[in-house]
Design a protein around this ligand. Structure first.
Ligand code: SAM
Length: 274
């Protein structure tokens, strides 16, 4: 009989956010694969767990996965944990899980805390649909490119950010998505200095420039507002003819884009006005 890989969530701050099942699975496992074994040993001591630890982090994922697969095939049960929260979510683990699945080995979730879900649940932003995009790119160029691709998204965008890049990221968000877009910043969730800032991007810039930024952060950007163009297609065609030097082809293209209509429909309407 092969063993099972358990993907076990651990707290993101408050040590009481550990499930009974997580403690039992970690106690009963033959081995715990952890990102940072010294960090995890302290956490496990808190719950009286003495199971052996082995390191599994982004620099040894490939080689370590092969060893762990051998142990699972030999019947051992292994629990995977990360430094905090749910493994595989902006943390190592995906490669191991994927290889276990390909090999037909059992993989079981032991769910619990994850910063993205905790932040979303208290953000006050729409939760019916959201996209999690991991960490924002570190450099402005990459960040702006990514923001361009999501600025019209109709769902809440959730991402992780480091405190020393927050102000630069807020500046890029203001420039690309608009300073009046609603944003929430969840800081130090479940810890003593927990804070949920909510307001416009400009208000967030002011708030965090004044208070300084410390601790762990989740950024949540509100969906793009519905911008229904005002007036009719005919009004828009006439307005562009009066107010710009655009030719009819360009006017039709622009109005079609504004109203999200096929160019041929707008073209037909424009014929009456020419
Ligand atoms: N696997 C983890 C999870 O499930 O949330 C995330 C790991 S990722 C390497 C760490 C990032 O998660 C931090 O840089 C921060 O953006 C976010 N994070 C973790 N704990 C947090 C907390 N208590 N409050 C706010 N954000 C947190």
């Amino acid at each position: 009989m092969s063993g099972t890989l358990y993907v076990v969530a651990t707290p993101i701050g408050n040590l009481e956010d550990m499930t009974y099942r997580a403690v039992r699975i970690l106690q009963e496992a033959d081995l715990i694969a952890a990102e940072d074994t010294r960090h995890s040993r302290k956490l496990l001591n808190h719950y009286g767990i003495n199971t052996a630890l082995i390191s599994y982090h982004e620099h040894n994922e490939e080689s370590r996965s092969s060893q762990l697969l051998d142990k699972l095939h030999a019947g051992q049960s292994i629990a995977l944990i990360s430094d905090a929260g749910t493994p595989c979510i902006a943390d190592p683990g995906y490669r191991l899980v994927s290889r276990c699945r390909q090999a037909g080995l059992a993989v079981a979730a032991v769910p619990g805390a994850s910063a993205l879900v905790a932040a979303l649940s208290i953000s006050g932003l729409p939760t019916d649909a959201f996209s999690f995009i991991g960490f924002l790119p570190a450099k402005t160029h990459g960040r702006r490119q990514l923001l361009e691709s999501i600025k019209m998204a109709k769902q809440t965008i959730v991402c992780y950010e480091t405190p020393h890049r927050l102000i630069a990221s807020l500046t890029d968000i203001a420039d690309v998505c608009g300073g009046d877009r609603l944003i929430a910043v969840a800081r130090e969730l479940t810890k003593r200095h927990e804070e949920l800032f909510s307001g416009t991007v400009i208000e967030a810039q002011n708030h965090f420039s004044q208070s300084g930024v410390k601790g762990e952060l989740v950024l949540l950007l509100a969906p793009a507002p519905d911008c229904q163009p005002e007036g009719t297609v005919r009004d828009a065609l006439l307005r562009l003819r009066e107010e710009t030097d655009l030719n009819w082809k360009e006017i039709v293209k622009q109005v079609a884009k504004e109203f999200s209509l096929p160019g041929s429909d707008v073209y037909k309407e424009s014929l009456e006005l020419r």
